[in-house]
Design a protein around this ligand. Structure first.
Ligand code: ZN
Length: 284
């Protein structure tokens, strides 16, 4: 079961959100039939979007992450609701690039770094809040760290990982966002930096341990207190009604065209494996 936990240090200066997202990443892989490197790219983005979504604290709010790095994978989109349930897609799910070392997927090369990472938070009121940065590496975790530092003025360490098995299934996926809260002393910064380098690859921890093990490793020495724990999953919000409304909002001439052809219209959801079929009579 996929899970997010949030914890805070006993002195209140360090907060960590950590996620185990293996299940939802595997679900995304099956829906989109992605190559391992694209699975890793979308999986990292979904994990980050889920952690950001779970911190929105407003019912009905959502966050959309858009990464456009100019690499062979193309644009990556991930959307999370306020509970951390996510969905997403990649423009070119079958894109591939050589590994950068044996067994090491080159996510940065697939994503590219000539572009932007945008985070759009929609609180269902007036204009959504949008923050955008120039990509640092296209490796995604580093790019989110830059986003938090520049757009939200919060010093952040972020690690994200997806481990894909030889048969292309996802063996482990997840990550964490560790943030320094206002007034954090230099000693807290030093300890956090030490912990982050000691933790290493998050998938090494998640393969054998839990999201708790991951959080406790990042929080070593901080006496963390768990504030919140919630189950998350891959969840699409599409429905027949929504798609029919979308079809009916097309140009009048296009709708006339479809009716004239007198064959059912099939519409596929971009985010999941749902397909909706509408009879010509429904287009009245
Ligand atoms: Zn859907």
């Amino acid at each position: 079961m996929d899970e997010i936990i949030k914890a805070i240090s006993s002195d209140g200066f360090v907060s960590v959100t950590a996620i185990d997202s293996r299940g939802l990443t595997e679900r995304a892989r099956k829906i989109h039939k992605m190559t391992p490197v694209v699975t890793a790219a979308l999986g990292r983005t979904l994990a980050a979007a889920s952690m950001i979504g779970s911190s929105l604290k407003k019912t009905g709010a959502s966050v959309t992450v858009r990464i456009n790095g100019g690499g062979p994978a193309g644009v990556i989109i991930a959307v999370s609701d306020d509970g951390g349930n996510v969905r997403g897609f990649v423009q070119n799910p079958r894109a591939n690039v050589p590994n950068k070392a044996p067994g090491k997927l080159d996510v940065g090369e697939a994503v590219g770094k000539d572009g932007t990472l945008s985070v759009i938070k929609d609180f269902c009121e007036k204009e959504p809040y949008t923050g955008s940065i120039k990509l640092a590496s296209g490796e995604i975790a580093e790019d989110f760290a830059v986003y938090f530092a520049q757009s939200e003025q919060t010093p952040t360490a972020c690690a994200l990982g997806v481990f894909v098995d030889r048969d292309r299934t996802v063996l482990a996926a997840g990550g964490y966002i560790a943030q320094l809260l206002p007034g954090a002393p230099d000693s807290a910064i030093d300890t956090l930096e030490r912990n982050v380098s000691a933790v290493g690859a998050v998938t090494d921890i998640l393969k054998s341990g839990s999201v708790d093990t991951l959080m406790e490793s990042v929080m070593d020495g901080f006496l963390p207190r768990v504030l919140e724990r919630s189950a998350v999953e891959y969840r699409c919000s599409c429905s027949r009604e929504r798609f029919l409304a979308a079809v009916l909002s097309l140009e009048k001439s296009e709708i006339e065209d479809m009716k004239q052809k007198a064959v059912p219209v099939e519409v596929l959801c971009q985010f999941c494996d749902a397909a909706y079929v509408f009879e010509p009579s429904e287009l009245e």
